[in-house]
Design a protein around this ligand. Structure first.
Ligand SMILES: O=C(O)CCC(=O)C(=O)O
Length: 385
């Protein structure tokens, strides 16, 4: 039976309607056979180039065409309007053989939308009608129709308000399912495993409740278990689940609308818990003009790279300086600081008016100001480091 959130024919308005209403859709056969091969080759090339440090797909020469794919751009505009922002928060999950990525995915049910004017790590307010203005585009290159490892989603949860209850305090559910309004319902009534195949595209609102790596039971493969129950059954008898069809290889990237909500989300992603993200940010090349050209009119936020360059300068200053290396990082930071724009004044990395005033007189001083402000902000948001 076809999953009710499936789209068989590419019509951007239909995709947008379904994604806004349900928070998710599976588009069958979005990529043709040639493109599927190009993605597969691109993943291998990206692995060879970056190893484990895979940056956002925009910075991967073999995969950045996906971000600029005309049908993806058309879909993003149908979802979000013409004022798009790309904020380099994507990731690539690839391993040539089954290993930790395949065996230990992040199964916990979660929602990614975060960032509030008062608390950067807080959940944004929900009004029950307006979807968060950002969507994740996900490409899974294994066939998850009859194997374990697909994504598990709760359609409609992107709009939950009273049901969006984060009171559950166990490691498998940051979000409580069944939701608070239906305490006696079965968790399984709310969650589904998406049966992706190579060539498909999945889009979900970043406020949607979801989790990675869902396992399918051998004797009831269409059932979607709550991750807590799945973990307990795995401990009892792992062989009751179907094996993964192969190593995990998936690509994720986001488009958002230029808005305060997305500004706060970008700041949440790049100013909190940065230590685990700094390595991919450090190899990003979204400041390369040929890469930037791919995005056309779309606003590019490079907060991640900007933060990473500031940390690199800090490290170079404390580790006995190679003057040439330091100068080249400062030059790069200066270029990005000039392009940097924010869509709200909350949690700003630096004061643009002050930067531009300083820059008119002395670029080094202006860049030094940016670097100090960014380091200060990171310390405020990571009090333990
Ligand atoms: O890895 C997956 O299948 C889901 C990805 C995910 O959980 C996320 O992007 O937040």
């Amino acid at each position: 039976m076809t999953w009710s959130h499936t789209i068989e024919t590419f019509v951007p308005a239909t995709i947008a309607e379904m994604c806004k209403r349900d928070g998710v859709c599976l588009i069958k056969g979005f990529f043709d056979a040639e493109e599927v091969q190009r993605i597969q080759d691109g993943l291998i090339e990206t692995e060879q180039q970056f190893g484990a440090l895979k940056p956002d797909p925009l910075s991967c020469p073999a995969l950045n065409w996906l971000v600029a794919h005309p049908r993806i751009r058309e879909t993003a505009e149908a979802l979000l309007g013409q004022g798009l922002v790309y904020y380099t928060n994507g990731s690539i999950n690839y391993e040539p053989e089954i290993g930790p990525l395949t065996q230990s995915p992040y199964t916990a049910l979660h929602t990614d939308a975060a960032g509030r004017p008062d608390v950067l790590g807080g959940y944004p307010d929900r009004d029950g009608e307006t979807p968060f203005p950002a969507y994740r585009f996900a490409i899974y290159m294994q066939d998850y129709t009859n194997g374990s490892g697909g994504v598990r989603v709760a359609p409609g949860s992107h709009l939950w308000t009273t049901d969006f209850d984060t009171s559950a305090a166990d490691e498998f559910s940051a979000v409580r399912i069944p939701p608070a309004s239906k305490p006696d319902a079965k968790a399984e009534e709310f969650i589904h495993i998406i049966a992706t195949q190579p060539g498909d595209l999945v889009i979900w609102n970043i406020a949607l409740v979801h989790g990675a790596g869902a396992k399918r039971l051998q004797n009831d493969p269409s059932r979607c278990l709550h991750p807590r129950e799945e973990a307990a059954l795995t401990q009892d008898n792992p062989s009751q689940f179907l094996p993964p069809p192969g190593p995990r290889n998936a690509i994720f990237f986001d488009y958002g609308a230029i808005s305060e909500a997305v500004d706060l989300y970008i700041k949440f992603c790049t100013q909190t818990q940065v230590s685990r993200r700094l390595a991919p940010y450090a190899v990003a090349c979204s400041d390369d003009p040929s890469v930037q050209n791919l995005l056309g009119e779309t606003c590019l936020r490079q907060d991640g790279l900007l933060v990473s360059l500031c940390v690199q300068i800090e490290d170079l200053k404390t580790s006995g300086v190679d003057a040439d290396a330091l100068k080249s990082v400062y030059e790069r930071l200066h270029k990005i600081a000039k392009q940097h724009q924010e869509f709200s004044t909350h949690h700003s990395l630096f004061d643009p008016a002050k930067f531009h005033a300083l820059d008119a007189a002395n670029w080094k001083q202006a860049t030094g100001y940016v670097q100090q402000m960014v380091i200060h902000r990171l310390k405020m948001n990571q009090p333990d480091t």
